[in-house]
Write a protein that binds this ligand. Structure first.
Ligand SMILES: N[C@@H](CCC(=O)N[C@@H](CS)C(=O)NCC(=O)O)C(=O)O
Length: 213
């Protein structure tokens, strides 16, 4: 049985659950031993990052490394396209999420608590997120026909965060048409739909608690 070390509201843990669901795998989910950020967990996973998996004695952290491992270890159904060019585009999409869009969202986290919110910084960050969404739109428009794959697993979770943060921080992002079209298609994929259905309420409850501090 595969073990996933995760916490329920973590964005990258939700991304990993989408991959696990897409592969039709069963897993047991455990909180990090010793707690989030603990020395005990760092002894197991040197970076201390979530998610991490334990499978067949192999311990791996980082959602993208996990996703690629699962795709190679469990080849059916494949989550990478066949052609070299499409595989590169799929990786580009996933890396764009992990290194460009999501880090801009994360810069809003210190402002979720009403006690530490800074309206001017939130407005600046909203602009940075919009710029990334516009870039994503151009990237998706260049490869509109890629079937659902590894590069699509993080983006729906970050978009769910952007939706949920909207009312809390007054964000009004304008999703470019290619992002809206891609989103409608990808959110209808059963692994994405199933994860979002269970993740959105968890995220909403977490945000409500965090915003009230
Ligand atoms: N690039 C990493 C990012 C994972 C990440 O940032 N995880 C957060 C939880 S959502 C975390 O572990 N933060 C605590 C830390 O980095 O020590 C991945 O894709 O797994």
């Amino acid at each position: 049985m595969l073990t996933l070390y995760a916490v329920p509201a973590s964005l990258y843990c939700a991304k990993t659950r989408i991959v696990l669901r897409a592969k039709g795998l069963s897993w047991r989910e455990l909180p990090p031993p010793g707690g989030y950020g603990s020395d005990e967990y760092r002894r197991l996973v040197p970076s201390g990052n979530l998610p991490a998996i334990l499978h067949d004695g192999l311990q791996i952290a980082d959602s993208e490394a996990i996703a690629e491992y699962l795709d190679e270890r469990f080849p059916s159904p494949p989550l990478m396209p066949v052609s070299t060019a499409d595989r590169a585009r799929m990786r580009e999409r996933g890396r764009f999420h992990d290194t460009r869009l999501e880090p801009e969202l994360r810069r809003l986290f210190p402002h979720i608590a009403s006690s530490s919110r800074h309206a001017e910084s939130v407005a600046l960050q909203a602009g940075a997120i919009q710029e990334r969404l516009d870039q994503l739109g151009r990237m998706l428009a260049a490869a509109p026909d890629l079937a659902f794959g590894l590069g699509d697993c993080g983006l729906p979770v970050t978009l769910a965060w952007i939706d949920a943060l909207g009312p809390v921080l007054g964000l009004r992002p304008d999703l470019p048409a290619p992002v809206r079209d891609w989103r409608a298609r990808i959110e209808a994929e059963p692994p994405v739909a199933a994860e979002l259905a269970s993740y959105r309420p968890v995220l909403a409850a977490w945000l409500e608690r965090a915003a009230s501090t």
